[in-house]
Write a protein that binds this ligand. Structure first.
Ligand code: G3H
Ligand code: 13P
Ligand code: ZN
Length: 334
């Protein structure tokens, strides 16, 4: 049993309270490898932002759970080395789908876990979430749950279509499950193709797809039912056109990729939404950097040559999200 406290990590409790009260959101960035982790820690340390290092089940299998534990411990030390004396870093399991997986992460030093029972019938979602909460809280690990179903594929949790969270269920769900935060469905979805072209309109000037707005009325209803309760938004990548264009220019093909406009995420960050999940944008920045570098330098074969470019693109992306979208810069307690 490894306690997250021994690794220098923090849980989300205080962090979320401050974010809800302060009208900003904590970035939850997914990572799978060293370059992504370096970029996240650099961006958070340089902007003095709290940050959530987010690991999916697939990422955990890819990176190896033992290595992850030491990477997280290393992330805290690295942030200090970068001049951030008191970093606030969470290691979080994203979309845990079983009690056993959540338990294993708690036991391996994660400071926060998500149990995603959103595809289960309501009562089963409550029962599974409660079981995880009862275990995790013994070790002061915080738990995120999900109510309502996002469109698209959530790791290995799939849903055919999006079902918005029902505001009338949130009080009962949060009380009976004991969860510390709740992911809701208000129109976001995972991946780089969040809407079908037929769901969008087209900007007459650029010809680019304009997605339908998020259901802010549902969010505000939920906030009224659970004042001050931490709300989480998954599927919050914006799919920046500049990266899609670079990918397409250098051999890729991502027609009709579309994300959530940043103005809407900026607005959501000011509400009870205190955690915003971003994975696809990092994948795009990374891939754009690799494709561009290899296309411009066909002689390169040292992974550091293209890894460095990709890492710099991700650092710029993360800083932009922190400073210009979520507003979590300069929010460390000390
Ligand atoms: O919500 C899903 C995340 O983007 C993680 O994706 O399962 O491919 O690691 P992944
Ligand atoms: P994106 O695919 O929009 O980056 O969402 C990531 C996410 O919600 C991870 O849980
Ligand atoms: Zn998600």
């Amino acid at each position: 049993m490894v306690s997250f406290k021994e690794l220098g990590l923090v849980n989300t409790r205080e962090m979320f309270k401050k974010a809800v009260d302060g009208g900003y959101a904590i970035p939850a960035f997914n990572f799978n490898n060293l370059e992504q982790l370096q970029a996240i820690v650099t961006a958070a340390a340089e902007t003095k932002s709290p940050v959530i290092l987010q690991v999916s089940k697939g990422a955990r299998n890819y990176a190896n759970q033992t290595l992850l534990r030491y990477l997280a411990e290393g992330a805290v030390a690295y942030a200090k080395e970068l001049g951030c004396e008191y970093p606030e870093i969470v290691l979080h399991l994203d979309h845990g789908d079983t009690f056993e997986l959540c338990k294993s992460c708690v036991d391996m030093g994660f400071s926060s876990v998500m149990i995603d029972g959103s595809s289960l019938p309501y009562e089963e979602n409550i029962a599974l979430t409660k079981k995880v909460v009862e275990y995790a809280h013994q070790y002061d690990v915080t738990v995120e749950a999900e109510l309502g179903v996002l469109a698209g594929v959530e790791d290995e949790v799939s849903a055919e279509e999006s079902h918005y969270t029902k505001p009338e269920e949130v009080i009962d769900f949060s009380k009976r499950s004991g969860c510390d935060s709740l992911a809701i469905s208000i129109g976001t979805s995972h991946g780089a193709y969040k809407f079908k072209p037929e769901q969008c309109t087209r900007d007459p000037k650029t010809g680019k797809l304009v997605p339908p707005p998020l259901a802010f009325d549902v969010l505000h209803e939920i906030e009224k039912k659970l004042p001050g309760f931490p709300i989480v938004l998954h599927g919050s990548s914006s799919v920046p056109q500049e990266y899609v264009d670079l990918i397409d220019k250098y051999g890729g093909n991502m027609p009709n990729a579309v994300g959530i406009p940043e103005e809407q995420l900026r607005e959501a960050s000011k509400s009870a939404v205190c955690k915003i999940n971003i994975d696809s944008d990092s994948r795009l920045a990374y891939t754009a950097g690799v494709r561009e570098t290899l296309a411009l330098h066909p002689d390169y074969f040292d992974p550091r040559q293209y890894g460095k470019v990709a890492r710099n693109y991700m650092i710029d992306l993360y800083k932009h999200k922190i400073v210009d979208v979520l507003g979590s810069d300069n929010k460390l307690a000390k």
